[in-house]
Structure formats: structure tokens, C-alpha cells
Design a protein around this ligand. Sequence first.
Ligand code: ADP
Ligand code: ZN
Ligand code: ZN
Length: 818
Amino acid sequence: MTQFAEVILPLALPQNFTYGIPLPLQNEVAVGKRVVVQFGKRKLYTALVARIVDQAPEGFTPKPILEVEDQKPIVSETQLKLWSWISEYYLCTKGEVMTAALPAGLKLESETRVVPNRLKKVIDEELTDHEYLIIEALQSQDGLSIKEIADITEVKNPLRIIQNLLGKHYILLEEELKTGYTPKKRRYARLKTGISDVALNEIFASLHRAPKQANLLLTYFKMGGSLAETPEFLASRLLKQSEAGESALKSLEEKGVFELFYEKEITKQSGVESAKNLKPLSNEQEQAFDQVKQSFESKSACLLHGVTSSGKTEIYVKLIAEQLKAKKQVLYLVPEIALTTQLIKRLRHYFGEAVLVYHSRFSDRERVEAWMDLRQNATSPKLIVGARSSLFLPFGALGLIIVDEEHESSFKQYDPAPRYHARDTAIVLGQLHKAKVLLGSATPAFETYFNAKQGKYGHVLLNKRFGDLPLPEIQCIDLKEAHRKKKMRGHFSETLLEEIEGTVKGGKQVILFQNRRGFNSMIQCRNCGTVNQCKNCDISLTYHKHIDLLRCHYCGFTRQVPPKCPACGSIELKPLGFGTEKLEEDLSLMLPGIRVKRMDLDTTRKKYAYENLISDFEDGEIDVLVGTQMVTKGLDFENVSLVGIMNADTLLNFPDFRAHERAFQLMAQVAGRAGRKGTRGKVLIQTSNPYHHTIRKVMENNYTAMFEEEVYERKNYKYPPYYRLLRITLKHRKREVLLEESKALGKRLRQRFGERILGPEFPLVPRLRNFYIMEIWLKMEGGISPHKAKHTLRALTEHYFQHEAQHKLQLVFDVDPL
Ligand code: ADP
Ligand code: ZN
Ligand code: ZN
């Protein structure tokens, strides 16, 4: 062997590994292609070629590459550069980045299990002999591991065969099997295309004995329908407005007046170059749009700082249209896939088939297809909408990245590594492609605002809501006073209850925000104060009524509610605190007849559950939507006029230096859901702390003052945006070992970094999933090179990552933790 390849294995290994390139494969191996290699005793892996070198590695004879999987590289050099940056900046391995970056279907390994796709009819001619053997075996078995497949086919490396079968849709990877929930389909009606003026008049004349049908037809025109444009309306809305029934609608369909169809078919094929249906921008929007473009001339990133409902999305749309026209790609990052439902519909309306969606709720096959599509059509203009992992897609002609709701903490990956921040990584990705980056928010992260103020990013303001709508009126309800005056019913002040009732009676909708799910936040003994705790974590269990169990929100452990206190035996157990589940139940009891639904992690686990809730709320089938922070983000409902924040205190009292920033963002964002169309919205905040400066700033809608006050404190106490943080989490099953080892590491780090090291200390939850936890923090001031500091840190902790260090503690680095 005269050539060698450094490959990245999808494992948390500290370095790349070198394999030999056998002569027959020499023309095939290339950077960015996948190869099959053996690692460990008998394990096969898909690895990615990162570099080709002529020099043999020193000290060992490399094993050979067994097979090359790709004809063309599936990962570009630019992508590899991004991987390198991430692994260096966030102190993780390239293998970890690779694992996060590639969809599972692109990185098969021996342990991967494949299962038959029962929906696919077997056509013998489509299969090679090897493939046939596998499919035959799968007829009688639920699944096969790749090792088993190797035995059946007597092929040593069957990965390529499996790839082919995946491509032909005969098999699925086990992890992509998901519950087969279907989205609720929304039905639309529109005038039959091509129906003539004359025909319509004739039919209308014949309807004098069918007043319901006549009314239905009239309503269609009243709602803005016309012969020339035949727009579609939601069938349920049409029926409600006209007070006609289903049979009337059906009759009109049979007579050829209306056509009825389901959602999916609306997306009309539209040429990529010609975005359709673009709305003309208002003067303010137009001005902001020009300023963004101007800023892009000298800076690569720009903050679009626009109040809620100022029409930021429409500005993005116009920027996207320009990029697509110039045959460029656009990446539109959203903090959570939950948010995409409404957005995708809006974007498809403008850009049709140019929109490509990529997120974790998609099946792996869909993700592989999206990847390959982009890779093969590297320069075709596309709008890619996705959550943070779409940063890893193979872009060829990226012109613009939009980070919407850039302040959202879900842009930061928490676990596992790479613990990257999608906004910050987007800036780097933008530089690699010479693309522009637009960060949009009504409540920017303080770091971002700071950068904009420093001139690092451009800064464009949009202070008015679209259509000159006023921002909602925000009032506080003093909980202490309400309690004293006996004006509380459960967790609702009478004022809030009355407002909810009035709003719903007036035909409007309500959003209620509570930062906790479940029924009660804990159950405590009245006698001795003992709280039921998780057996794996040092945290109290939350009571969930629908399952009648106590549950840990960290590890998922559940147990029955004990009949008596485990400590003292008293049977007087008192529920404390309240979550969304209780609110939903209480409100339904207090205001019978009002339709209340809940949106939180528990009600949105199933596929499409979220979409269905949103469309039910849009269609007016829900009056009050109770939810956790899920309801605060970017949603655009036109009929919501009241927002209630059930308890601001829990937000304000959270022990974290970002608590006030977060509380401000959450409250301002959820308030922003009110009054987006028509009349001015109203927001009621229940709190026992009505003069808290954060609440005052929310009421005044004064972001700038909030920022100034908070960053003053941050500077004093050495926090971001003035200082950079790096958190080292140390874990061990044994408390004593953890204490001792952490102390030793803390000491060693202090010798090197001095005062910049804080801890070790126990965090808020000192035990999780049976691991004891301590934290050490590194604070880096503006002057020092974080790159060097990280390098030093790596060197000082290297021995923890060696194989033989298993008994030692586990170390986790989190750079710029949130
Ligand atoms: P933001 O993203 O700033 O919260 P949106 O872009 O969602 O605001 O706009 C708020 C509402 O105003 C949306 O319902 C949107 O359709 C409407 N809107 C915004 N700009 C325009 C425009 N130029 N023409 C018509 N409607 C607009
Ligand atoms: Zn737990
Ligand atoms: Zn007790």
C-alpha cells in the first residue's frame, strides 16, 4: 500500500484513524466518500475519508479499507471544514460531529437493524440474488442485523447491498419505524376551474328551491371568491359562515359548481425563479428590507430586530425570492420543528416546490433523500427549512442563512455532543460559503444585541406592527392582593377568569401560558414536609393525572402516588404547584361550555399531534389553548385577542444568571401572540411581584432598557456577553469518588487558569440518572484567546478520555452553555 486515508469514524474517538488504500481501490477512494472499515475486533463501520496521505503512519501497520461505498463524495470539503470548526470550538470529536451530521441511513454499522417494508410489493425482477436472499429471510423475520445479513448472503461487507435495498424501498432502518399517525386533513372548497359565467348563472337560477345551496354559493363570493381567481376556502369555514350543511356542499360538488379537495393538493407547482403571490411590503418593511441589504454590503451578518408581528417573515420572503432568482440556496433555520407547520404552508404558498423541509421528525429515508437531492443538484436554487441539524446539509450554492427567533435556547444542542449553537455555527457556515446571515427576533439574545451594538453585525429596527396595529395592552394582576381580597378561584384571579369568559363570548380566542407541564409540581407531606423524589435523580416528581402517576421530568421514572408519607407514615399528603394539565381541567370545570385544549410535551408526542392542535385552533375548534413555552414561539393566529401568563414568579425566581433575560423574552413573545389582526390584544400577567423590573420592562415593551440594566450586572459579575463561559460537568456513580476527583481537577485547572476557574460545585440537580454531578466553570474575559484556553484545557484533561480511564469520572465540556 502506498496511499493511506485518514477517516472519521462515527464514534467519540479523540482522533482520526488511518487505513491503507489497497491498490485496486486507489482510484475510487476520495475525500468525502464513505468507506467500509473494520474497527475493533469484528465490527464494521461506515467511515468518511477526511484526508489522503502518502506517508504510512508511524508505529503500526494500518488495516486496509474494505470497500468504497460511494461513486461520488457525499460530503464536500466545505462541510468537512465546518465539522473541523465545530469539533475545535465546541471541544468534541469529529466522529461526534459526523454522527450528528449524517442521517442514520448514510452511516450503517454492524449493529444497525433493518426491517422489512411491508408496504412494498416484492417484484422478483427488481432484485439481485443477494437482495433476494435478504428479502426472503425478512419474510419470516421481523428484522435482521447487518451481521446476520452478512451470514445469509455470505458477503463480508453487505453494506452496499443494504444501501441498494433502502434505495428501492424494500427495507427500512429500524430506528425510523414510527407510529403511523396521520395528520388531520383539512378540506377546502373552491369554484370549479373553468366553469363559465353562463353556466354559473344558470345553476344559480335553478337553486331557488335550495336556499341552503344558494346561500353557500353567495357566501363563497362574500368571502372574496371570484370567477376569475377561484381561491380556495376552508370547507368548515364556508359551512359555518353560510349556516349550510354538508349535504348542500356535496350537492354543489355534484352539480359541478365546487370542487372539494384536501390540503396537500394545494401546493401548486411553481417555477423556482418566479416566486408567486408575494405581498407588497409596507413602507416600514420596505425600508427595513433596504437597510438589511445595505448592511450586507459591508457586514456578513445582520440583526433584524422587529417587534412581534412587525412582518419580519415577509421581509425574509422577499430576500429569499431574490436569492432564488439569482440561483442561490437559502437556509431558513427555525428553533423547533414544532414551529414549521405554519411557516411551511406560508413558504410553499410563495415558493412551491423549491421548499425543502428537513428535520428530525422526518423518517430517515426522507432525510437521506433530501441529502442526496442537495448533493446531486448542488447548485439548484432551493429554500431549505429546518431545525439546527439542517446546518449539516451539503449546500453547494448557499447565498443566505436566516436564523428566525434567533434568541431561542433550543438552537443550542444540549446532549449529546456536539453541543453547538446553531446561530453561531450559522455565522461560520455563512463565512465558509461567503453567504449572508440574517438573525431575526423581537427579543434578541443579549449576546446578539451586544454584537450588533458593537458593530460586529448590522442592526435593523422595525418598531411597528404590520398594519399599524398597536402592541397589546399589558396589565399585571397582583396575586398577593387577589389572595388577600379572596379574589382567586384556584390558580385563576377573578379578573383573568372574567376576561377569558368575555373574550370567548365575543368570538375570540385565548392563549394561557404556564411554564410547567403535569398536574401538580410535587406532593408534599403536611406533617414532616417530605417530598416524593425520583429514585434516580435528586429532584421532586411531578404528578400527572391522566396516567395517575408521579413522573420524573429528567429521566422518565414513574411511580404510583404512595398512600402515605414514606418518611413519617402520615396520610396527609398535599399537592403543591400546578402545571398545564391542572389548568386545563380547572378551566373546563369553572367555565363549562368553553373548549379548552392543552399543548405541551405530553400532548404533542405523537406524530402530527402538534399539527392537528394548531389546525384545530386555527379553525376555531378550540377557544382556549393552554400550554408551556410551546405556545410562545412564533405562532401566528389571527383570532387570539387575550393572552394570560399564569405565574410570572417561577420565571423570575429561577436561579440562573439568564433568568431575567429569559423571563423577558418569554413574556414579550407570548404577549406578541395577542391581537395580530383586527383589534388590539390584551395580556394579563399574574404575579406576586408586580413591580419587578423585568415585568415593568415587559409592560413598557422596553427591550433596550431591559438590556442595559441586565448587562450592567453581567459585567460586574463576569458573565456573557462580556465574558465567555465554558462549563465542565463531571459525573460519577459514587459521590465520594466524584468529590475527590473533582477537587483534584479543580486544583490543577486553577494552577493554570487562576481565578478564571470556579468550582467544583454541585449544580441545582446534583444527581441525575444515578450519576452524581459537579460542575467547574471557566470564565474567559474578552482579552484572552478562547482557542488557546481550550487547547490547554484539552491537554490538561486528556487522560480522562483514554480507554483505560473508565473507572475515572466522565467529563463533559459545554462551550457557551445556555
Ligand atoms: P413577525 O414574523 O414579525 O412576527 P409576520 O411576518 O408573521 O410577523 O407578520 C404578522 C402578520 O402580518 C402576518 O399575519 C402576516 O401575514 C401579515 N403581514 C406582514 N407583512 C405583510 C404584508 N406586507 N402584506 C400583508 N400582510 C402582511
Ligand atoms: Zn429521574
Ligand atoms: Zn411525612
